[in-house]
Design a protein. Structure first.
Length: 458
């Protein structure tokens, strides 16, 4: 239980470092303070002994010139930092209003932005810290100009100028919708490779037979409210073995949990019933094994990328934006992700004991669930646009060519029937209707392993 809570804490810290703007700049500021204190001390010890070949490349002005340089660096860098932060906020607002609020996490974890802010704030902090050490000659103190320290401040200022230019170029690229879609696709593809194993191939002959909960199965309530981020397989299996139970978790990453409501069921692995203490301990351990958060993340949620792309497509199809081309591009990325997912082991995860008996069942979306997430809303909001419907049918054709399992082909066929019903309900002209009917026929041919060339491909 302690290890589970420690793991949750480490996951939260890791997520904060990756997705929030402040950790890396804060660390850079601390390093800058240490350098601003340490380098002047180094100057006190070695400046007088440096050879001319070295001092020729170091700052050679007096105390007044050093103060002017450091003051100029500090004042300009804080202005540039404010500008950078303002541009970042504007970009976040644009992504949220124009495309989808779910894209904000993609921007907030942009390492380029983190590094740029870290350079700017570190340079500002370092210049201020070194400025306090510059001394004019008086009766009480001697002249002190930290040559190395001021030179380092100058180099950091040059690095900040380069970082500003690169940041502006990066920002221009990042706010393009093609880049946003690519970033979502890349993150979702990485999640698929990390979370789901590659299927060996072939049709296993039907769905996996799962344990059926008895009527008197014990409910397992969620410990906290939020989105299910992950569930520790090792912790759940250990809890099931210690309680001699079978545990079924019927929610998967991305599901919304409410504290106190069931997230699964448990029942004795052998005949009999649980003791009261066993039930309390099992519920506590299962709740500790499940991590929740206030937002969905792509760490273990294989459907999150499809949700993001679907949101972009729906936003583009809204009357206030009316950008069907962006919706079609988003559907193209969806198609690539679904084809990748079709080649992975989807459906529930079964954890077994040493004798091979199933002890833990972790529900996970299958291809039918993922198709529902990906297609339902774009089909509804793009129902009046034959180009959008055509891309949806083409998506099914591409997926039909990639699937190998019978239940996956059935899921594609079911979605095709729903698309046909949508087309039938629309007021399209004969040419548009004929084109969509032709595309639907191509899907049926792909389902039986035939790929017919289509000269008028969308």
């Amino acid at each position: 239980m302690l290890l589970s809570r420690l793991r949750k804490g480490l996951n939260r810290v890791s997520d904060a470092v990756r997705t929030q703007l402040w950790p890396l700049p804060t660390f850079a500021v601390l390093i800058a303070v240490l350098l601003g204190i340490g380098l002047p001390e180094l100057d006190r010890r070695i400046d007088a002994d440096l050879p001319d070949s070295v001092t020729a490349y170091l700052f050679g002005g007096g105390a007044s010139a050093a103060r002017t340089v450091l003051d100029a660096i500090a004042s300009s860098l804080i202005t540039v930092t404010a500008l950078t932060f303002s541009l970042t906020v504007v970009t976040l607002q644009l992504a949220s209003s124009q495309f989808s609020p779910r894209l904000l996490r993609t921007f907030s974890r942009d390492r380029f932005v983190h590094v740029t802010l870290a350079i700017f704030l570190a340079t500002f902090t370092y210049a201020l810290t070194v400025l306090r050490t510059v001394r004019d000659p008086t009766e009480d103190q001697s002249l002190f100009v930290p040559q190395i320290s001021v030179t380092v401040a100058f180099l950091l200022a040059l690095a900040s100028v380069v970082a500003l230019v690169l940041f502006l170029a990066h920002l221009v690229r990042e706010i393009r919708v093609e880049t946003m879609l690519h970033n979502v696709h890349r993150a979702a593809s990485a999640t698929t490779r990390r979370v789901l194993t590659q299927r060996d191939g072939g049709d296993p002959g039907g769905p996996v037979e799962l344990p059926v909960p008895p009527e008197n199965a014990t409910s397992l309530p969620a410990g906290t409210s939020g989105f299910l981020v992950s569930a520790s397989e090792d912790a759940l299996l250990a809890a099931a073995l210690d309680a001699d139970a079978v545990v079924l978790i019927d929610r998967y990453p991305g599901s919304s949990l409410v504290a106190g409501t069931p997230l699964g069921l448990a029942w004795p692995a052998s005949a009999g019933s649980f003791e009261a203490d066993t039930v309390v301990l099992l519920r506590t351990r299962v709740a500790d094994a499940v991590t929740t958060g206030f937002e969905r993340t792509e760490d273990h949620d294989v459907a999150f990328g499809l949700r993001q792309l679907g949101d972009v497509a729906c936003k583009a199809l809204s009357p206030g934006i009316n950008d069907p081309t962006t919706a079609i591009h988003a559907l193209g990325h969806m198609s690539a992700l679904l084809c990748q997912l079709a080649g992975r082991d989807l459906g529930p995860v079964l954890l077994r004991d040493e004798q091979g008996s199933v002890r833990v069942v972790l529900q996970r979306p299958d291809l039918a669930d993922l198709l529902e997430v990906a297609l339902t809303q774009p089909r509804r909001y793009g129902a009046a646009d034959p180009m959008v419907l055509g891309r949806l049918v083409t998506l099914l054709r591409e997926l039909a060519w990639s699937v190998q399992l019978a239940e996956q082909r059935e899921a594609v066929s079911a979605q095709l029937d729903r698309l046909r019903a949508t087309v039938t309900a629309q007021d399209f002209d004969p040419a548009e209707r004929a084109r969509l009917d032709h595309l639907a026929t191509l899907v049926e041919q792909a389902l039986v392993g035939r790929w017919v060339p289509d000269p008028a491909a969308w």
